[in-house]
Design a protein around this ligand. Structure first.
Ligand code: PBG
Length: 333
């Protein structure tokens, strides 16, 4: 055949394939989600997330040292608190000596170089398992935003570098920015979960933190009045642009793999860094299939992550972050 262009020429050896590779993974790309609970000596595996654990602060110390030694730069902190600390105001969320605030201080004392991001939403503190305050069967927007502002300021005061509101209330990015600035935390950033979908892929996470919406009369059993409809695409761009205008430093899309189109659309629209959250259900799927011998775990993980980079994300929150850092360090991916 007379062919001027033979695409396979650039695929003939590992060397040329590496030379023309358009995207790559680096330890700098990853955000490590951390699940923390009260107590001591706890390293508790989450049943639906094999190989992923909840730590108490003492056992977290070793984990933090591992994270740093792998070259990873940032963590995203989630706490599980006892039922006695939950109510429908979320006031424990902004207790200056609460468990999240202690955890932030602990991380900063063990690993001051780690960039600490914190989840801002009321669900771990909500007796009904919602991200906001519930009144008359509704998740009320504006009172929730007031609580989130106090929560974010208390995280900043404890030493957080960036807050990550995952609640999907309207107007919270501007309110958080103003509250942080007024409290003197103008250097504390905001990573907005701007396009966060009402997804079934959060199931294992809600098990890990005991934070699922309760099954009670007059309480919505899902988060569809604040998280986005998986059928919608343009709405994501509207949310993203609003949050950029309101002062978000980093924009997040969540979940990851089923929403690569949203990552790409966002990347086409904005100049801010984009992060993507490969959520608990995505982790669980790859783990379960690999455990059955149906997928090669390392290859499947790599492919899922490089797809995020290709789609336009520059940061990835993933439960595989440590595995990937090991593989990158030993140059096996
Ligand atoms: C809570 C929150 C959730 C996740 C991150 N923050 C769950 C939810 O919205 O119900 C999900 C993360 C995951 O599934 O890995 N605001």
């Amino acid at each position: 055949m007379e062919l001027l262009n033979r695409s396979r020429r650039l695929r003939t050896s590992p060397a040329i394939r590496a030379m023309v590779q358009e995207n790559s993974l680096s330890v700098n790309d990853f955000i490590v989600p951390l699940f923390v609970q009260e107590g001591s000596g706890v390293k508790s595996e989450i049943p639906s997330m094999p190989g992923y654990y909840r730590y108490s602060l003492d056992t977290l110390t070793d984990e933090l040292n591992v994270i740093v030694s792998l070259g990873l730069k940032s963590v995203l902190v989630f706490v599980k608190v006892g039922d006695e600390l939950k109510d429908n105001t979320g006031k424990e969320a902004y207790n200056s000596n609460g468990f999240m605030q202690q955890t932030i201080k602990h991380i900063k004392s063990v690993a001051p170089q780690l960039f600490v991001m914190t989840d801002v939403a009321l669900d771990p503190y909500s007796i009904v398992g919602h991200d906001g305050i519930v009144a008359d069967g509704k998740i009320v927007n504006d009172p929730t935003v007031e609580a989130l502002c106090k929560m974010a300021v208390s995280h900043a005061a404890a030493g957080a570098d960036m807050v990550a509101p995952s609640d999907m209330m309207d107007g919270r990015i501007l309110a958080l920015r103003i509250a942080l600035d007024e409290a003197g935390f103008e250097d504390v950033g905001i990573m907005s979960y701007a396009a966060k979908y009402a997804s079934s892929f959060y199931g294992p996470f809600r098990e890990a933190l005991d934070s699922a919406p309760v099954d009670m009369q007059d309480i919505p059993k899902d988060k569809k009045t604040y998280q986005m409809d998986p059928a919608n695409r343009k709405e994501a761009i509207k949310e993203v642009l609003q949050d950029v205008d309101q002062g978000a430093d980093i924009i997040m899309v969540k979940p990851g793999m089923p929403y690569l189109d949203i990552v790409r659309d966002t990347s086409n629209e904005i100049e801010q860094p984009i992060s993507v959250y490969q959520v608990s259900g995505e982790y669980a799927m790859i783990k379960a299939a690999s455990a059955n011998g149906w997928l090669n775990e390392k290859e499947a993980v790599y492919e899922s992550l490089i797809a995020f980079k290709r789609a336009g994300a520059s940061l990835i929150a993933s439960y595989f972050a440590k595995d990937v850092a090991k593989w990158l360090n030993e140059q096996s991916i």
